[in-house]
Design a protein around this ligand. Structure first.
Ligand code: NAI
Length: 306
């Protein structure tokens, strides 16, 4: 990535930045002159364990390259931990300018077998966590009349996927949280946007490779480097993005997409009011041609990454 000073002097908190996409965000922000709080619990892909050395290793890389960064090992799914991250940014660097909600875990299971623990663990990290972190930063953003939130979402939520009811629900919930923040905080010049990434990281390298089709899909995914997501995230943290809020972007290798948001698709009305019978006779036949299929992400993004 070309370096510059796009976010010079800004203080940015990146959660889950000890590896994968978040690590690339932290490194890119460091190169672009930001002071970075590198948070990572150092957990396994399913969210177990704790190891702050993962975050510290990224800090060491940033500092070795001439940048400024500090490590934090708190969990995003803990309200006190979320507050400590924000306080650490303010105590260390005097302010906080942007938050990237990136930390993530997976507990995939078909819905009919999913346990309450699997549901809660994923909702805690992907939906409650971003609320806690965003809420903890809000008073600072409000007081300084500026700030940028970037939330990592997923086409598993935006489009759909098998075996990820917990993750899909959390991620689609997060897009609504982002929109709500964008609306509630617009009057304070605070922005909130989502990025739906496609990247080969440990989070998806457990994908099945049994069939030829699955093998081909994994080979395609491996071409989507984690570093490709960072330029848009860095941009969204910068003052240049002052007019960008409430949007959902997707990034896949060298492609950047602006995703649609849900709006009415077809409408019918009746002067007399509907009955189940008239719904059956008139509404469904008219609307059926416009029904969405049970598409998965790869049915919609069905061309090779560029
Ligand atoms: P990753 O597993 O490489 O990185 C996630 C990081 O979050 C890990 O370093 C982990 O230790 C950390 N983490 C987990 N729980 C935490 C907690 N409670 N508090 C603090 N840190 C915690 O995964 P990857 O692929 O880099 O994912 C980054 C984000 O992008 C996630 O939100 C993920 O859901 C999202 N995403 C990724 C996609 C991909 O293609 N890789 C696709 C769609 C969304």
């Amino acid at each position: 990535m070309q370096t510059g000073n796009f976010v010079e002097g800004k203080v940015v908190l990146v959660t889950g930045a000890g590896g994968g996409i978040g690590r690339e965000f932290a490194l890119a922000l460091g190169r672009e002159g930001a002071r970075v709080i590198v948070n990572d619990l150092g957990a396994s892909v399913t969210g177990e364990g704790r190891d702050v050395s993962r975050a510290q290793a990224v800090v060491d890389e940033i500092v070795a390259a001439g940048g400024t960064a500090t490590a934090n090992g708190d969990s995003v799914s803990d309200w006190d931990g979320a507050n400590r991250m924000v306080t650490q940014a303010v105590d260390t660097y005097g302010r906080i300018d942007a938050v990237i909600n990136n930390a993530g875990i997976l507990r995939d299971r078909f819905f009919f077998n999913m346990s309450v623990d699997e549901w809660r663990a994923v909702i805690d990290v992907h939906l409650n966590g971003p609320f806690y972190i965003s809420r903890a930063a809000a008073p600072h953003f409000k007081a300084q009349q500026s700030g940028s939130y970037v939330h990592m979402v997923s086409t598993s939520g935006l489009i759909g996927n098998f075996g990820q009811a917990n993750y899909s629900a959390a991620k689609l919930g997060l897009t609504a949280l982002s929109k709500s923040i964008a609306m509630d905080m617009a009057k304070f010049n605070v922005r909130s946007n989502c990025i739906s990434p496609f990247a080969w990281s440990r989070m998806i390298d457990g994908m099945p490779t049994e069939t030829e089709e699955q093998k081909a899909r994994v080979a395609r995914l491996q071409r989507m480097e984690t570093s490709k997501i960072a330029p848009l995230a860095v941009y969204l943290c910068s003052d240049d993005a002052k007019d960008v809020s409430g949007q959902i972007f997707a990034v896949r290798a060298n492609e950047i997409f602006l995703m649609s948001q849900i709006r009415p698709l077809r409408a019918m009305h009746t002067a007399e009011g509907w009955t189940p019978q008239t719904v059956a006779e008139r509404v469904m036949p008219a609307m059926k041609p416009s029904f969405y299929k049970l598409d998965r992400s790869q049915d919609v993004f069905d061309w090779d990454p560029v």
